[in-house]
Design a protein around this ligand. Structure first.
Ligand code: CA
Length: 534
């Protein structure tokens, strides 16, 4: 583990001496003097920023966040040696929009990328990596990009086309398309380490965005993790058999259930025996090499034979589907965790750990059988929450736990502030730097705003917007004019909307004022405005 800087180790005289010896070259390299909170003039090298991002990794599948279903020792290392944000949320729980929010620090209706399928992302707009690059950072983007258009503002990029593939993925680079044999999480790790070792100019700070495909659908584990959980039962979520009563109509009308909407071959890998007349693979399997298919079949066919023999029905079938789904999901997570461990080890070996900010997060949360679902999209907690772990030994005290509510609009201004560049005024988020350093800000938001758009396909989740405070959540489904109100203390699983209870009328009125204020504050005129006085 890296040594932590103790401010008392540097005397005022030494600090002033160091500041005085700063050369013009050091300024150009990113070393700037600054006043510490102790009033000392210190030399500060701007940190490297290693942004590790995954896809659909819910906080409740990270042990640092209290997972009941898995262990993530390397992600926990970031939390234990740095900070864990306990209330981290997205603004629009879906892949491409979340990425656009991260890059711009602006809500979907402002950056223009409101859903996965409609308008492409306008990559010519201001993004935080462009600001950092202008400020002297080297910038690299490796892995899942998912914004269709080519990245802009990166010195190096190698991205998966679209969703990418788990096995033998293609990559896009400025020089064209390449095909790489192997497992996607390991390949992204290798490219990341190769750029860190050989691809960069070590005299300048870097921003590296290492973005995994895993654990996105269809949850194909890598060869090193495929055997995990073989003879284990993963605990079921308490809401696996939710009937969606007590909520507005959209919860019943979605198409994202474990029971009915997971595809047997593609999602669950339930295929006829290899070599049988009706044998057929599925997307992802069919691009494997002969050796990879043999490895895969040797693992899944005995599992599938046991399934055929048992032939579970009804709720037992849901339970079996859940086990298959969640084990494959967690195997993919384990691959990401292992990758993070390799990268952290390399930072230690290279002597870069002390002044490198390592962030781990994912584009949104996910339903891990919660409410009987897979996928994301809703403002309900499981998909609203994003993991956000940050380690920077030079500035963040180990074991920092941060309860303030943050959102993905806050990342861009955080990284820009760390790079000592001015934060553009049109960015809608707020820098997290002072929270990370353990300061209690005099003012912080006490409510977050959310807006989801993509409808009807896929999954038929009705568009909605809403406000969440520390205790309450008010959601408006504007296609049907329905509301939900949840008391997160009395009802943490959000099983019973109390919107219509007479004794909540005053609370509803207060939250509607707050919701209208947030829509105005963030300039959101999309979606239907809710009527007065209802
Ligand atoms: Ca995603």
């Amino acid at each position: 583990m890296a040594e932590h800087r103790n401010p008392d180790d540097i005397t005022r005289r030494e600090a002033l001496g160091r500041a005085a010896t700063l050369s013009a070259g050091a300024w150009a390299m990113g070393a700037l003097p600054f006043l510490s909170r102790y009033g000392e003039v210190l030399r500060r090298d701007r940190p490297n920023i290693l942004f590790i991002f995954s896809d659909d990794h819910a906080p409740h599948a990270i042990s640092a966040y209290g997972s009941r279903i898995n262990k993530t020792p390397n992600l926990d290392r970031i939390a234990n040696e740095g900070a864990i944000f306990l209330n981290s949320f997205c603004t629009n729980s879906i892949c491409a929009p979340s990425r656009a929010v991260v890059l711009t620090g602006k809500y979907s209706h402002v950056n223009g990328k409101i859903d996965n399928s409609g308008q492409p992302f306008d990559a010519s707009q201001q993004t935080f990596n462009k600001v950092l690059r202008k400020a002297g950072y080297q910038t690299a983007m490796i892995g899942k990009w998912h914004l269709i258009v080519d990245p802009q503002g990166f010195d190096f990029w190698q991205i998966l086309p679209g969703q990418g593939n788990y096995y033998n993925p293609d990559f896009l680079t400025p020089a064209g398309r390449t095909h790489v044999e192997g497992y996607v999480t390991e390949i992204i790790t290798d490219v990341t380490l190769d750029w860190l070792r050989n691809g960069r100019d070590p005299s300048r700070p870097f921003l590296l965005m290492c973005q995994h495909k895993a654990p996105h659908r269809n949850w194909m584990p890598g060869p090193k993790q495929i055997h995990l959980y073989e003879n284990e039962e993963i605990p079921e979520p308490p809401t696996l058999f939710d009937d969606w009563r007590g909520r507005a109509s959209p919860a019943s009308e979605q198409e994202m259930t474990v029971r009915h909407h997971l595809q047997p071959a593609y999602d669950l890998k339930i295929t006829p025996p290899p070599g049988s007349p009706d044998a057929a693979g599925f997307a992802g399997y069919n691009r494997m090499t002969t050796e990879q298919k043999a490895m895969w079949d040797a693992v899944y066919e005995p599992r599938n034979a046991a399934f055929r023999a048992a032939s579970p029905q009804g709720d037992d079938l849901v339970r079996w589907y859940y086990q298959r789904y969640i084990k494959d999901y967690l195997r993919c997570v384990a691959g990401v965790d292992e990758s993070v461990g390799h990268v952290l080890d390399w930072l230690d070996e290279a002597g870069l750990a002390e002044n490198t900010l390592v962030v781990y997060c994912s584009d949104q949360g996910f339903y891990l059988g919660d409410h009987g679902w897979f996928d994301k999209r809703w403002m309900y907690e499981e998909s609203l929450r994003m993991p956000f772990l940050a380690r920077w030994p030079a500035r963040i005290r180990a074991g920092t736990r941060i309860p303030e509510m943050i959102q993905n609009i806050d990342y861009a201004p955080t990284f820009i502030e760390m790079a000592d560049a001015p934060v553009p005024e049109d960015i809608q988020g707020t820098s997290l730097l002072h929270l990370m350093e353990g300061e209690q800000p005099a003012e912080w938001r006490d409510a977050i705003y959310y807006h989801y758009y993509e409808y009807p396909q896929p999954h038929r989740v009705a568009p909605h917007y809403g406000v969440r405070t520390e205790r309450y959540k008010l959601i408006y489904y504007y296609l049907t004019g329905e509301w939900e109100l949840f008391d997160l203390v009395e009802d943490p699983h959000e099983l019973r909307s109390v919107y219509d209870e007479p004794n909540r009328a005053e609370l509803v009125a207060t939250l509607k004022v707050e919701l209208r204020r947030l829509r105005a504050r963030y300039h959101d005129e999309t979606g239907t405005e809710f009527p007065e006085g209802t």
